[in-house]
Design a protein around this ligand. Structure first.
Ligand SMILES: O=C[C@H](O)COP(=O)(O)O
Length: 271
């Protein structure tokens, strides 16, 4: 969340773990349990850094039961949602159902959905609206491909995706929005964009959000970096001024590794 004191916004860092199509519900419960125990053993301060996991939809009810039963301070969310609320949409999942499962967040427009499922900006903007309609906080994913990066058009491409995916979003709702910048060429490749790349794009996104809304809204929105984030590289990226968190894929499937990413301040302090 973002808190405001005397006009200044304090953007709480968000460490988000996108499990993608991994971990059935039994494995998911074990992973959440191990993550919680690992963070508790390290006296982790959930008020300083927010930690959220994004399991496959089949796991959400089990994760909800565990989080509620053990009073865990972890947040959780879904990897996608329908732009529709209910009806003849086989295989889709309504934001209303996700809210009933007490999801806080929902990913929208992850590059794997944009490419594999041909999700365009128009559909993403409708999914952002659906998230707010059901009281979910969207994490809107944007980011260039290798060809845009090589052509030096990575900023223009990403900002165009951002504008197209936020059509019609009000400034009041936008204040709680989270944006995740994920250069597609860095996802799952081990090729992590350097902290300076992450900062360059986060600053450009924040400037564009100011154009789309206003300075206050832009400074309230948290911007995450995603793409081959590991415990070894997270602290440097998270130290960047406009980077407010990370969206982690593969490394979030290992409790210790993900917990070490969440404890990035330890690394920064100890450096
Ligand atoms: O949603 C997470 C991103 O796709 C990054 O995945 P990755 O950490 O496996 O590169």
């Amino acid at each position: 969340m973002t808190t405001q004191t005397n006009g200044a916004f304090d953007r709480t860092p968000l460490i988000a773990g996108n499990w993608k199509m991994n971990m059935d519900h039994a494995e998911g419960v074990a992973l959440v349990q191990k993550l919680a125990w690992t963070l508790d053993d390290a006296n982790f301060d959930y008020d300083r850094v927010e930690v959220a996991v994004f399991p496959p939809s089949t796991d959400l009810r089990s994760v909800q039961t565990l989080v509620n039963g053990d009073k865990l301070k972890l947040e959780y969310g879904a990897q996608d949602l329908s732009d529709q609320d209910s009806g003849a949409y086989t295989g889709d999942i309504s934001g209303a159902f996700l809210k009933k499962l007490e999801c806080t967040y929902v990913l929208v427009g992850h590059s794997e959905r944009r490419t594999i499922h041909q999700e365009d900006d128009e559909l993403c903007s409708k999914k952002v609206d659906a998230a707010y309609r059901h009281g979910l906080t969207p994490i809107l994913c944007v980011g260039e491909g290798l060809e845009e990066r090589k052509a030096g058009n990575h900023v223009g491409f990403t900002l165009e995706q951002l504008r197209g995916s936020l059509k019609g979003l009000s400034a009041s709702n936008a204040k709680t929005l989270v944006v995740a910048y994920e250069p597609v060429w860095a996802i799952g490749t081990g090729e992590v964009a350097g902290p300076e790349d992450a900062q360059e794009m986060s600053a450009a996104i924040r400037a564009e959000l100011e154009n789309l809304y206003d300075a206050e809204t832009a400074s309230a929105i948290r911007i995450l970096y995603g793409g081959s984030v590991k415990a070894a590289n997270a602290a440097a990226t998270l130290a960047e001024k406009d980077v407010d968190g990370v969206l982690v894929g593969g490394a979030s499937l290992k409790a210790e590794e993900f917990a070490n990413i969440a404890r990035f301040e330890k690394h920064v302090v100890s450096e």
